[in-house]
Design a protein around this ligand. Structure first.
Ligand code: UT7
Length: 331
């Protein structure tokens, strides 16, 4: 390929309100000890009551545009990865397009659950290298608090709200994105889902009474899938880029459970020090978790120009995916 693509700007927005494990102890029968030991989560952030996913996405997008030093008019395409769109339609990406004034951009939502941001980067790479766009804004944004059953201790301790955004632009080959791997296993669809509100089970009094508008998951089965899927995605993406694990400086995994990240590190024989982890502060923020962790690690100087970084995610669907890149830094 004569050109590649790279991240030229990055931003994140995490709402200020914090919900701690101690707060949850007052809401359901749980303990800080159980949550920390089983998940690694200590607190999570919750969006203000009148905020929706697009509001978080807009804040992250503005920061990414400023970081890239471009105007919203320069964006050709906006992709919002989310499992919690403001509405089923119109796409949250269109709401963002209007709010940031990206008058020259197409816009659509991408639904691959927690893998959506990694999938979105692959789509951005494809349209840029295929000549369909010059600059793409890829956003992972979630308000999972809106679909969390706050009476269900098996799920309500896990999730949080946040958004991360990147600007993707063309760059010389060998820099920026080096390879992608995208996978899916739809046979696991029933193990992690939002049962009602779609065309299969439209909203009704009954669906509300039966709590079918909240996240349902079979935690143990999702866990089993995740510990297999993450190392597999990493191995595949490294093979495609012709890279060895030794050449990787940082892994940025989807932050769903610290034990899942530790299992992946063990399976790969890689030290935990190479994995960027912030789940203790944010919980699982689905498609936002990878860009938020990437943004923090860039801002605090852990990720430097030239570093090989692997982003890896898994989620409902099931979906999984990874991206290998050579960090180019801001231009
Ligand atoms: O982004 C996508 C995806 N989601 C995931 O990646 C989730 C993957 N799965 C997980 O992270 C873990 O399965 C969980 C954290 C959800 C659960 O951890 P676990 O070690 O698999 O626990 P478990 O579901 O096997 O439950 C063990 C026990 C049960 O009690 P009994 O039946 O052994 O008496 C649960 O009722 O822990 C109990 N339990 C709790 N106890 C205190 C479940 N949730 C809680 C809680 N506090 N919050």
């Amino acid at each position: 390929m004569a050109i590649s693509a790279t991240i030229t700007g990055i931003g994140r927005y995490v709402p200020p309100q914090v919900l701690t494990n101690a707060d949850l102890e007052k809401m359901v029968e749980t303990t800080d000890e159980w949550i920390v030991e089983r998940t690694g989560i200590r607190e999570r952030h919750i969006a203000p009551p009148d905020w929706a996913t697009s509001d978080l996405a807009v804040e992250a997008a503005k920061l990414a545009l400023a970081d890239a030093g471009i105007s919203s008019h320069d964006i050709d395409l906006i992709i919002v990865g989310t499992a919690t769109p403001d509405m089923i339609f119109p796409a949250t990406a269109c709401l963002v397009q209007d709010r940031i004034g990206a008058k020259n951009a197409g816009a659509y939502d991408l639904s691959a659950a927690c893998s959506s941001f990694v999938y979105g980067l692959a789509m951005a790479y494809g349209v840029i290298t295929g000549g369909l766009a010059r600059r793409v804004l890829v956003i992972g944004a979630e308000t999972l608090s809106r679909i969390t059953n706050w009476k269900d201790r098996s799920t309500c301790v896990l999730f949080g709200d946040s958004a991360g955004a990147v600007v993707v632009e063309a760059c010389p080959p060998g820099e920026g994105f080096l390879s992608f791997f995208l996978g899916a296993d739809g046979s696991g669809g029933d193990l992690l889902k939002l049962p009602a509100g779609g065309s299969r089970l439209p909203a009704s009094y009954e669906t509300v009474e039966r709590d079918l508008h909240y996240i349902y998951q079979n935690g143990r089965e999702v866990f089993k899938f995740a510990v297999k899927a993450m190392p597999e995605a990493i191995e595949q993406v490294l093979r495609r880029a012709n890279l060895t694990q030794d050449e990787v400086k940082w892994y940025i995994p989807h932050q769903a459970n610290l034990r899942i990240i530790e299992a992946a590190s063990k399976r790969l024989g890689e030290p935990m020090e190479k994995f960027i982890v912030n789940i203790d502060r944010y919980g699982n923020t689905s498609s936002a978790s990878v860009p938020v962790a990437l943004s923090e690690a860039v801002d605090d100087g852990r990720i430097c120009p030239g570093d090989v970084v692997v982003l890896v995610a898994f989620g409902g669907g099931f979906t999984f995916g990874a991206c290998a890149l050579r960090w180019t830094g801001r231009r």
